[in-house]
Design a protein around this ligand. Structure first.
Ligand SMILES: [Zn+2]
Length: 478
């Protein structure tokens, strides 16, 4: 009897959920986009109509269907095997954007604004705007001098053509001053040294100053802005084993260091109190036996725990697919001699900065974050799918391009591009960091493949091959 009841309940459960609409998650919602897609699954061999039109059912009983939205209310009636569900989607009226763009205002009569940063980490950006590229992070209480403002951002005084901007909200106690009264930071001492993992350039300053580290030709150019250079720092002093070809430019208010860039296995610049540190990861020692011997690689399975990532049309979570691929990738890399560190080994919550910090604690040369992609509303999953790779810093571009190119040719996936992506886990310059969007959860054939063990292994092998050829060509260049 009990057994019969259970069978009956399972039968009830199955029929009650014959039509499972996974996305959108609510039957009534507001969508501010020109289109929406519905994604879910139906019971085996059941037909589905939306607003009386038949919908394609993909292998795996999946459907993903895109509709344009008109302004106001849009009604969608689903019908599958006698079951009906209704969705009401509101698209708000498109607001005409005000044409009032804010103009750049220079402070009059050569005046400058003197202020200090108030956050622990203040982003300095290339352009005014929250989404503009971050050039450096300044610690709290850094003195900065601004010559003008635009759109809530201050343009900083740099004494060269470099444009640097800081949000007005990140500073306090603004005072007007004059360029002639600009105070400079004094270099108390400086040194160059190495340990087993890094090469260092260090300055003890009277106060923190702006800095930038950027690729320039074959070099990495490190600039400290507004420093009093009493010691007349000389490149000869610095030409030691760790930076044998260092060039120093001492003129004006800034000090510029030209550091060879081909040995770049990741670097970091920033402050510990008034100590400015530039440190560069040392190259791994090559080993003839194993191609990735002595290479430290961090593998980051995206999301985890309460962070599901995207949810596929049969409710499989991205976080689980990511972890499964990451394990396979780690195994292959270990077989080839790499020291692999995984940012999570189970279905657990791990913070984004925690992932980066752990990778650095493990002295990683390379950081690879594994994800599966999903589209937002407004885009059509049938048109946009395939594999894409993201990087943020120039030093990771080569690895990102190699992984992207090989995934497309090895897996036969559509090329969804290799591009700069403003993700916390790839913004770090140390290690060399990329984020791989393997394939799309929102495109049925790729979603089915992503769950396939052989496909995951092949993906992992392709990524491992790219890492290996990147490492080998770089070691040769060193
Ligand atoms: Zn993801």
């Amino acid at each position: 009897m009990r057994r019969f009841l259970l069978v009956f309940l399972i039968f009830l459960f199955n029929t009650a959920f014959a039509l499972d609409i996974v996305y959108p998650t609510k039957t009534n919602c507001t969508v501010n986009a020109k289109s929406i897609f519905f994604m879910g699954n139906v019971k085996f061999e059941k037909d589905l109509t939306i607003n009386n039109k038949p919908v394609k059912i993909w292998y795996g009983n999946i459907f993903v269907e895109t509709f344009n939205l008109k302004e106001g209310e849009n009604t969608f009636v689903f019908n599958s095997d006698g079951e009906t569900k209704t969705y009401k989607i509101i698209r708000p009226a498109v607001k005409k954007s005000s044409s009032k763009t804010s103009e750049y205002q220079e402070f009059p009569n050569n005046a400058i604004v003197y202020t200090k940063t108030k956050d622990i980490r203040t982003a300095v950006r290339e352009k005014p705007g929250k989404d503009a590229r971050r050039v450096c992070d300044l610690p709290k209480e850094t003195s900065i001098f601004a010559v003008g403002k635009k759109a809530g951002f201050l343009k900083l005084y740099t004494s060269n053509k470099k444009e640097l901007w800081v949000s007005e909200n990140a500073v306090d106690r603004k005072m007007f001053s004059f360029l002639s009264q600009l105070t400079k930071s004094e270099i108390y001492s400086h040194r160059i040294y190495s340990d087993s993992y890094y090469d260092y350039i260090e300055f003890y300053l009277s106060m923190p100053v702006l800095y930038t580290v950027e690729p320039e030709g074959k070099h990495l150019k490190l600039t400290l802005y507004g420093v009093e250079n009493r010691y007349k720092i000389d490149a000869k002093f610095y030409r030691q084993d760790c930076f044998p070809h260092l060039k120093v430019n001492n003129e004006g208010n800034n000090i510029e260091f030209y550091i060879e860039n081909d040995k770049n296995w990741g670097y970091w610049a920033g402050y510990q109190n008034n100590r400015f540190i530039f440190k560069r990861r040392k190259a791994p020692e090559p080993d003839k036996q194993l191609p990735l011997a002595n290479v430290n690689i961090a593998i980051d399975p995206g999301h985890g725990g309460s962070q599901l990532g995207s949810v596929g049309p049969t409710r499989i979570n991205e976080k689980d697919i990511n972890l499964s691929i990451a394990f396979k990738l780690s195994d292959i890399l270990r077989e080839r001699g790499a020291n692999v560190y995984m940012t999570r080994l189970s279905d657990s919550d791990v913070g984004l900065y925690e992932r980066v910090d752990k990778a650095n604690e493990n002295k990683s040369h390379i950081f690879v974050s594994i994800h599966a992609n999903a589209l937002p509303d407004g885009l059509n999953p049938m048109e946009r799918h395939g594999t894409s790779v993201y990087y943020y810093n120039e030093n990771a571009k080569e690895l990102a391009e190699l992984i992207g190119k090989n995934l497309v040719s090895d897996m036969g996936l559509k090329n969804d591009g290799v591009r700069i992506g403003n993700f916390a886990v790839v913004r770090t310059t140390m290690p060399v960091s990329v984020l791989v969007e393997t394939a799309y959860m929102t495109y049925p054939p790729e979603y089915v493949l992503l769950q396939n063990n052989a496909f995951q292994k092949q993906l992992a092998r392709s990524i491992a091959d790219s890492i290996q050829s990147y490492v080998q060509s770089k070691i040769k260049a060193d």
